[in-house]
Design a protein around this ligand. Structure first.
Ligand SMILES: *Cc1c(COP(=O)(O)O)cnc(C)c1O
Length: 408
């Protein structure tokens, strides 16, 4: 008899985006004349940059000619792309990462979800709350948690991110083996300094733990003193893996390309407490289960690092950051406490007396604006909403003036 993986039955069905869609549809049906502005889901809105499109087209043209056609590519990605990543994203920032430590993939959701399969089932996992849902759910599927009770899975060490700690996860009181961190953060938009990351690197070294660092939003960091990669922290190469994506940094959410950095110094332990290479393990996993990202997409990603590509992509992010600034100022004028909006496309707003779904309904019904209720990211998000800067400037300005009017 074919039996199901029982751990899937523990998953709390995530109705978040389905629930949002249902409420939006109902509102639109009742108010067909209203123009709804969506500042909810974290998806980019601007087209791929011209330099990126040129790289993409060039790749397609090469595929159209027997002389330049490509079949299966190298599983960790083409050398031209891995070299460009190593140089531009790491070496130029003083982080000693080489091309052979980079594995190109079809995005950071798959990577953050898949990476946990390299670890034993009985490790202790620490996850921030609120959080990007993929980290938690994939550990549930793998059987690293107990049942879901009172808004949380038994067996997980939750790191509360609240106003009292500036939305920064704190070192756990008990020993943990695997730690998920994400900066600039989704959903809170908070950002860690070098000193804060150093604390985690030291903890991981002292406890033989590993950090999984999600830097999907690094391109939104504009302060040169803030770390854009965890490898700017001394010693991080021994204890941290970094996830990157072209999705939010260059508009690749529908094009699909990202990468993982697994440094060669990074060691984990087998049942006999002997060190084994995490790089070798991931290489084995990646080459067994993945057959590479399409060649034109890798050419498009490569174009992000060209001189024109860099300028164009930075302009797109500046555009979203300007939107974030407009949202932050409006929220501040309204007297709400918030975090994010700087070095991040997200603004995390404290609804105070309102719970996050009430706040959501209020903005939808009074301003025709869609946000994301914080409760969808964890128990600590109950009284928050997330507003995203991914929309046109015109829509952001209009949405903020409607919200001001509605809440005045
Ligand atoms: C959007 C996002 C990702 C990755 O997206 P992909 O499109 O799968 O590369 C990863 N982590 C966080 C926190 C995100 O918000």
């Amino acid at each position: 008899m074919i039996k199901a993986n029982e751990h899937y039955s523990k998953l709390k069905a995530s109705y978040l985006f389905a629930d949002i869609a249902k409420r939006v549809e109902k509102y639109q049906l009742a108010n067909p004349e209203k123009q709804i502005i969506k500042l909810g889901i974290g998806d980019v809105t601007k087209a791929l940059a011209p330099a990126v499109i040129k790289g993409f087209h060039d790749g397609v043209n090469e595929m159209a000619d027997d002389a330049t056609f490509r079949g299966y590519g190298p599983s960790p990605g083409y050398e031209f792309l891995r070299q460009a990543i190593a140089k531009n994203d790491f070496q130029d920032r003083g982080a000693d990462i080489s091309a052979d430590e980079i594995f190109v993939s079809d995005g950071a959701k798959c990577d953050t979800g898949n990476f946990q399969e390299l670890f034993a089932t009985d490790i202790k996992v620490a996850i921030p709350d609120p959080v990007y849902p993929a980290y938690l759910d994939t550990n549930v599927m793998a059987g690293r948690t107990g049942e879901f009770e009172n808004g949380r899975y038994n067996g997980i060490v939750y790191m509360d991110c609240l106003k009292e700690n500036n939305f920064m996860p704190e070192l756990p009181n008990e020993d943990v083996d695997l730690i998920y961190l994400c900066f600039p953060n989704n959903p809170t938009g908070s950002i860690a300094t070098k000193q804060e990351l150093k604390k985690w690197v030291d903890y991981a070294k002292d406890n033989k733990a590993l950090i999984l660092f999600d830097a999907a939003y690094e391109a939104f960091i504009r302060d040169k003193n803030l770390p854009r990669t965890i490898y700017e922290i001394e010693g991080a190469k021994e204890v941290a893996v970094e996830f990157r994506s072209f999705s939010k940094t260059a508009g690749f959410t529908g094009t699909r390309c990202g990468f993982i950095v697994v440094p060669k110094e990074c060691m984990i332990f087998n049942a006999k407490n002997e060190k084994i290479s995490l790089h070798d393990m991931w290489d084995r996993r990646h080459s067994t289960k993945f057959n590479g990202v399409s060649y034109p997409v890798q050419k498009a990603a490569f174009a992000v690092y060209s001189d024109e590509g860099k300028i164009q992509v930075k302009k797109q992010i500046d555009y979203y950051l300007n939107n974030a600034d407009i949202i932050s100022k409006a929220v501040e004028e309204l007297g709400f406490d918030y975090v994010g909006g700087e070095h991040s496309p997200y603004i995390w707003i404290d609804g105070k007396d309102k719970n996050s779904w009430d706040f959501f309904d209020l903005l939808l019904n009074k301003a025709s604006v869609v946000c994301t209720p914080g409760a969808g990211f964890g128990r600590c998000g109950e009284q928050y909403i997330r507003i995203s800067a991914f929309n046109s400037l015109e829509n952001v300005i209009l949405a903020m003036s409607r919200i001001k009017e509605a809440l005045a």
